[in-house]
Design a binder for this molecule. Structure first.
Ligand code: AQP
Length: 337
């Protein structure tokens, strides 16, 4: 809990393209589940998106599409604050101050930067390098106590805690920033590519067949699952053996997460069989759970002024909260406003 005794959630999704079931299962489905239990801020993190070049027109469309996904997935805009990051300038203001708190050595350990910058890291934007400090600012500006994310963000969350702790120590303001807790479901928190389970499912992977996107039609889902890699042996009878078959294990996680069925029950159901029944049933589960979201997103995207208004109203509410923290931070740091 934070100083006012409330449990506050902040999380966000980048408007960098078609959202997939990794984004849904790793993050958005959790947002829907916890919305009645916490004060929630659900952000479209557009400033994070531009750490890699985005076509401005496409960025605007993608920003609205993330808002549409939140609504279509069941996030209630009356109960929660849905907004885009750039419309609350306090995020960027706090990020600058946190840039001065975070150590270069800490950033150098961030594996996501290494993955995203690849071999050509000299040519990556400085924004991509300091991205974790902006993420820390997103969280700390609302004194969030809990952050639901996929396990790929665990390291950034740990960095946020280190930054919060150092700020509190350096400025002698114990407990000013709460140390936020990650909310990560271990087993299914990382959905992997359908083509190569050593890579996470991602918007930026070139092949469409590596992911199911939320706007896929039933036929597209069917085709992608049909092509998804499995194994040359029948379904094993123990979880230990299944775990060794990385692609199969990933498909079981998707099945389990969407149908709320434990992995061992799924393994019992299909053990000793080849994968066609399993794939057919998984396809049905995906169609049942994902296509209604895609259809609703389509309807919402036809009413873009409604989505703009949702973001605008959310930003006004978020700004009220953020302004209070940034004023306190300026005072603590010794900056005259
Ligand atoms: N494969 C995944 N499995 C589980 N969770 C995932 N998330 C992303 N991919 C997976 C979670 O989705 C939330 C929003 O992610 P994001 O869009 O802000 O950024 P990302 O993690 O960089 O997502 P992508 O799809 O990999 O995008 P690109 O290709 O643009 O980098 C986060 O909570 C994340 O954990």
């Amino acid at each position: 809990m934070n100083e006012s005794g409330t449990k506050v959630v902040l999380s966000g999704v980048q408007p960098t393209g078609d959202l997939h079931i990794g984004n849904y299962l790793g993050a958005i489905k959790k947002f829907v589940k916890i919305q009645s239990e916490f004060d929630c801020f659900f952000c479209v993190v557009d400033l994070h998106a531009i750490t890699v070049f985005q076509d401005p027109k496409v960025l605007k469309k993608n920003t609205l599409e993330v808002a549409a996904t939140y609504l279509a997935s069941g996030i209630d805009p009356n109960k929660n604050i849905i907004f885009n990051q750039s419309s609350v300038p306090c995020h960027a203001e706090l990020a600058w101050i946190l840039n001065c708190v975070c150590r270069v050595g800490w950033l150098n350990r961030m594996t996501q930067f290494k993955d995203k910058a690849g071999k050509d890291k000299e040519n990556a934007s400085t924004g991509l390098y300091i991205y974790p400090n902006l993420m820390a600012a997103d969280i700390l500006i609302y004194k969030a106590t809990h952050v639901p994310v996929g396990s790929d963000q665990k390291q950034h969350l740990e960095l946020t805690r280190d930054i919060a702790q150092k700020f509190n120590n350096d400025f002698g303001c114990e407990d000013f920033f709460p140390l936020p807790e990650p909310m990560i479901d271990n087993e299914i928190s990382r959905i992997m590519s359908l083509k190569d389970a050593s890579k996470k499912m991602s918007k930026s992977e070139p092949s469409d067949f590596s992911r199911i996107i939320l706007t896929d039609t039933a036929d597209q889902i069917r085709a992608k699952i049909k092509k998804a890699k499995t194994a040359d042996v029948p379904m094993p009878d123990t979880d230990q053996e299944v775990t060794k078959l990385k692609e199969v294990s990933n498909l079981i996680n998707i099945y389990s997460s969407l149908s709320d069925t434990p992995r061992d029950k799924i393994i019992n159901l299909y053990q000793g069989k080849n994968f066609s029944d399993f794939k057919n049933d998984l396809t049905d589960i995906l169609i049942k759970n994902i296509t209604p979201i895609g259809n609703e997103m389509g309807k919402l995207m036809n009413d873009q002024s409604y989505l703009v208004e949702i973001l605008k109203q959310g930003s006004l509410k978020a700004y009220e909260k953020a302004k209070k923290t940034i004023n306190e931070v300026y005072d603590i740091v010794g900056l005259i406003r």
